[in-house]
Each structure stands twice: as structure tokens, then as C-alpha cells.
Ligand binder design. Structure first.
Ligand code: GLN
Length: 240
């Protein structure tokens, strides 16, 4: 019997900047195209958290939405941390990335507690960092280039328990200063890249899927016909 991965999409009604939902579609399709199964469970505020998911995705959102969700996420912390400890791969994009960290201090100076799953701290500064970004990324022992779009006021700094997802080749990244982009702590991953990032960066999508299968002893992911995805990646990488 082929294995089915359970993918939790956290707050798709609220955290959905720039079509971040496309990340969940990409994860699902790349499983299905290989004859593997995907069960996507959307979790809204107050919903029960599914038992033992394989992947958790959390997208980006405005400061207003982040403020509205901060208390809720703090309450979810232990459920999500337990899932991550059991091998679930967690991906956060932009606002979701920030909320995976210790705290996010927004444009009004309010410090919102995050989930503390990634050793990162974020403080908003002016100006916003906006534009195309190209990153030389490394995850799960694989090196690949990812491209997308960033738009954030937050400046993120990494603590000793996180490593950057990659180095900025073009764009601003975590803080516009140290050349780092995103963060990885075990199987918890964050990035500022929208696009959505996974459909046009199949190498990252497959690296995350591969990591999600590690708890089942690993799985060879058959190559796919990625001509469209590669064209989308190249267009994103070359756009100014
Ligand atoms: N509100 C956050 C910031 O401005 C995140 C924005 C986003 O998710 N695009 O830094």
C-alpha cells in the first residue's frame, strides 16, 4: 500500500499572503504525481489539531493578522512542537516564519510571542524589504537555488540553534545585513520567500517531502517532468 502523508495547513483563511496556499498544493501534487497520497487538513482558530501529522505549513500575513493569531499560536505551541519532535516537517513563510520563532515585534512596537520552534527573533524596522530574491539554499544535505519574492518589515536574527536556509544571492533576506535567508532548526524550516515558493522551486519542495518520509525510513522520490516548474523558477530568478 502506498504511503499517505498528512499535511496540516494552519490558518489558511488568515495567513495567505501572495497565494501561499500554493505551497500546500505543490506538496500535495508532487506526492500524487508519484502515486503517493496526501491528506490535507486545514486548521482554523479553535479547531482540534490532527494527531501526528507529517507536515505542517504556515503562511504569511499582515501585522494585524499576526497580532490576532499570536495568543492562539502560543496555545498551539505544544501540539506543534510534539508533532515536530515526532518528525513532522514544519514550513513557515514570512509572517509564519516569524511566528515560528521566539517573538515578533511589530511596527507598533508590540512584542508578540511566537511558538519558539525556531531559534530566531524578529523586530520590525523601516523600510520594508521588498523585491525579488534569489537564494543559494541548503537543506537535508542538498544544495539548490531558490527564487521568489519578499516583502517584510521584520528583521530576523538567528540564535545558535538555527542555521540559515541559505545565502542571499540577490535580495535582502532575513535582515538585509548578514546575507542570511530563512532558518532551519532540525525539521523546522522558515523562509521569507513568497511566490508561492514551492511550486516554482521543486528542489526545495522535494527536499521537504524527502525529510517528511525520513520517519518512515526514507523514500526514493521518483523524478518528475519539471519543465514547467523549471521555467517558472528561471523566470522568477531572472526577473528584476
Ligand atoms: N507582517 C510581517 C512583516 O511585515 C510579515 C509580512 C508577510 O508575511 N508578507 O514583516
Amino acid at each position: 500500500m502506498s504511503l499517505e502523508l498528512t499535511i496540516v495547513h494552519l490558518y489558511p483563511d488568515l495567513l495567505r499572503t501572495y497565494g501561499d496556499r500554493g505551497n500546500v498544493l505543490a506538496l500535495r501534487r508532487r506526492l500524487e504525481w508519484r502515486g503517493l497520497g496526501a491528506r490535507v487538513i486545514s486548521v482554523a482558530r479553535g479547531d482540534d489539531f490532527p494527531i501526528d501529522p507529517d507536515m505542517i505549513f504556515i503562511g504569511g500575513g499582515s501585522d494585524r493578522v499576526q497580532r490576532a493569531l499570536s495568543g492562539e499560536l502560543e496555545r498551539r505551541r505544544s501540539e506543534i512542537a510534539t508533532a515536530a519532535d515526532r518528525g513532522a516537517v514544519v514550513l513557515g513563510v514570512c509572517g509564519g516564519f516569524q511566528l515560528l520563532g521566539h517573538s515578533y515585534t511589530d511596527a507598533s512596537g508590540t512584542e508578540l510571542a511566537g511558538m519558539g520552534l525556531l531559534d530566531i527573533t524578529t523586530v520590525v524596522e523601516s523600510p520594508r524589504l521588498i523585491g525579488r530574491a534569489v537564494i543559494d539554499a541548503r537543506f537535508a544535505g542538498e544544495d539548490f537555488r531558490i527564487a521568489g519574492f519578499e516583502n517584510h518589515g521584520g528583521r530576523t536574527s538567528l540564535g545558535p540553534d538555527a542555521v540559515p536556509l541559505g545565502k542571499v544571492h540577490r535580495g535582502r533576506g532575513n535582515n538585509g545585513i548578514d546575507g542570511s535567508e530563512g532558518a532551519v532548526g532540525g525539521n523546522v524550516v522558515g523562509t521569507y520567500l513568497h511566490g508561492p515558493v514551492l511550486p516554482s522551486n521543486p528542489a526545495l519542495c522535494d527536499a521537504l517531502l524527502g525529510a517528511a518520509f525520513s520517519r518512515y525510513g526514507g523514500r526514493e522520490l521518483a523524478p518528475l517532468d519539471d519543465r514547467l516548474e523549471v521555467a517558472a523558477h528561471n523566470a522568477s530568478e531572472s526577473r528584476r
